[in-house]
Write a new protein. Structure first.
Length: 345
């Protein structure tokens, strides 16, 4: 039975959501104007709104109000009642590109992409149509690549090295396929850590592949990474891959195709090869308000008109076992993401 809540509690809850809306816009403005980098460079001694405005050629009255808002919302700290500095850990969250805790690309995309999409939700609900990920265009693909880069860093630097058989096979010249590779950031990072391994990427997003190939060419590592703009797994020889990764991809695969995709990945993997999935897991209805469900619920709402459906744990496990994989090892990462690791039997 739902706990009885007062009207005042519910009003405060809505106002907190409204505050979140403002905070996202506050961060967007700060990034667009280079304010967080400017404040970070000032260190703990802080910098005054006046100096920020003068050095960035901005209106002092606006910057003063921006700084006051940042203090109120916990993004900035007051220094000597006249300056500001970044609050603890905000440097990682807002300025460290590629860090697993770097949330700025997600917040930026809330304004540039997710907001406009959600503004049109009523139209999609009525028309019963979808606006696929791949139809959003080049800038969207680039920004999604930036959003997932922190997760890719985590997978390459922490998760893979901690799975001993995977770490060993890649160190010894094995092969890795990133299914749904996007802009190829995971492959590029992994190729540096495992210089003797071979890397492949599959994705149906033409823009992502274009961006990835451009980066690979600039780094002169075309001999180590091959990207394929398709979802046809026949482009890779059966039983030729040691490791397959799927980062924020599983929930994007159409529900009626997930089983066949996993079975095809099974065919690509060598015996005892590993499948590593990092994604969201939709909770059961009774657990929708649990903190660990927060990102899954946000993702499902945000991406519903892309045609995406976040699966439940039972659905994930059933599909993997039916495809021939071992019962997946399941871990919660960062209190939000699900790490599924399984072996081709």
């Amino acid at each position: 039975m739902t706990e009885e809540l007062s009207l005042e509690t519910q009003i405060n809850s809505i106002w907190n959501h409204v505050k979140g809306f403002h905070v996202v816009h506050f961060i967007y403005t700060g990034h667009e104007l280079g304010l967080f980098s400017k404040i970070l460079n000032a260190g703990k001694k802080g910098i005054s709104p006046k100096n920020i405005a003068e050095e960035q050629s901005l209106d002092i009255a606006y910057i003063d109000k921006w700084c006051s808002s940042g203090i109120a919302w916990g993004i900035l700290d007051d220094v000597d009642n006249s300056k500001v500095c970044l609050s603890p850990h905000m440097d990682s969250i807002l300025t460290k590109v590629g860090d697993p805790r770097y949330l700025l690309p997600y917040l930026k995309s809330c304004i540039d992409h997710f907001g406009p999409d959600m503004k049109d939700h009523s139209k999609y609900y009525k028309d019963k149509k979808i606006f696929k990920f791949q139809e959003h265009g080049y800038d969207f693909s680039s920004d999604i690549g930036s959003i997932t880069e922190g997760l890719q860093t985590l997978v390459v630097n922490k998760i893979i090295p901690n799975i001993s058989p995977v770490n060993e096979v890649l160190k010894n010249g094995g092969s890795l396929l990133d299914f749904g590779c996007g802009t190829a950031k995971l492959l590029i990072k992994a190729s540096s850590l495992f210089p003797d391994a071979l890397f492949y990427g599959l994705d149906i997003d033409k823009s992502g592949i274009e961006i990835g190939n451009k980066s690979i060419k600039e780094l002169q590592i075309e001999n180590k990474i091959k990207l394929i703009n398709t979802n046809d797994e026949d482009y890779v020889v059966s039983e030729s891959i040691d490791v397959v990764t799927m980062i924020e991809v599983f929930h994007e695969i159409s529900e009626n195709k997930r089983g066949s995709v996993l079975k095809n990945i099974f065919k690509l993997l060598k015996k005892n090869g590993y499948l590593i999935i990092l994604d969201e897991t939709m909770p059961e209805r009774k657990n929708l308000k649990n903190p660990e469900a927060n990102l899954a619920v946000l993702t499902q709402y945000n991406e519903m008109t892309w045609g995406n459906v976040v699966p439940k744990a039972s659905e994930q496990e059933e599909l993997l076992v039916e495809a021939g994989f071992s019962q997946p090892d399941r871990k919660l990462i960062g209190g939000l993401f699900t790490l599924l690791t399984c072996i081709r039997l």
